[in-house]
Design a protein around this ligand. Structure first.
Ligand SMILES: [Zn+2]
Length: 166
């Protein structure tokens, strides 16, 4: 359970440009760097799903009908910043642009920056992000090579529970 505190009006759920037949978050207008795409607050659960976002070790939130459409990219244009309140078992999940996003562009984040693992139906699926630095398949952080983990950590967009030792 949860709700949106902010949902950027310049963003809509539309057809994915990366994955045929899938939906995505798409920019309706140009969006500046450091812009909030959404802020969602919800109750955390221990259940990982295809669309959940991890917010702490073994804690996940289900970001409703908007954030759930954010697809993965190995070269994402946003990052997720999650703040998990252990006492109340609620989390705030902020999606923030990390570069300017052009009108018509798909809004993505790197699943390995939040997810320690991904669901079985996603694990090792061919990545269709099309970026130069594409890792080739979709995985959580734990399945990356040491080099990939180091590269990702160096970008400083990873969740705080993801460390090289994982
Ligand atoms: Zn990729």
């Amino acid at each position: 359970m949860g709700s949106y505190i902010i949902k950027n009006q310049k963003v809509e759920v539309s057809d994915s440009l990366l994955i045929k037949g899938e939906k995505a978050l798409v920019a309706k207008e140009n969006i500046d760097k450091h812009t909030i795409i959404f802020l969602y607050e919800g109750t955390a659960t221990t259940k990982r799903t295809r669309t959940s976002i991890q917010v702490a070790e073994d804690k996940h939130i289900e970001p409703g009908d908007f954030g759930a459409f954010a697809n993965h990219s190995c070269n994402p244009n946003t990052q997720i910043v999650a703040n998990y309140d252990e006492d109340n078992n609620v989390a705030e999940v902020l999606m923030l642009s990390i570069q300017p996003i052009a009108k018509g562009e798909e809004i993505t984040f790197d699943y390995a920056t939040t997810e320690t693992e991904v669901t079985a139906d996603l694990q090792n699926k061919t990545c269709l992000c099309g970026s130069k630095n594409c890792r080739g398949k979709i995985t959580g952080f734990y399945s990356l090579t040491s080099q990939q983990k180091m590269d990702l950590l160096a970008k400083e967009i990873t969740a705080n529970y993801l460390q090289l030792k994982n």
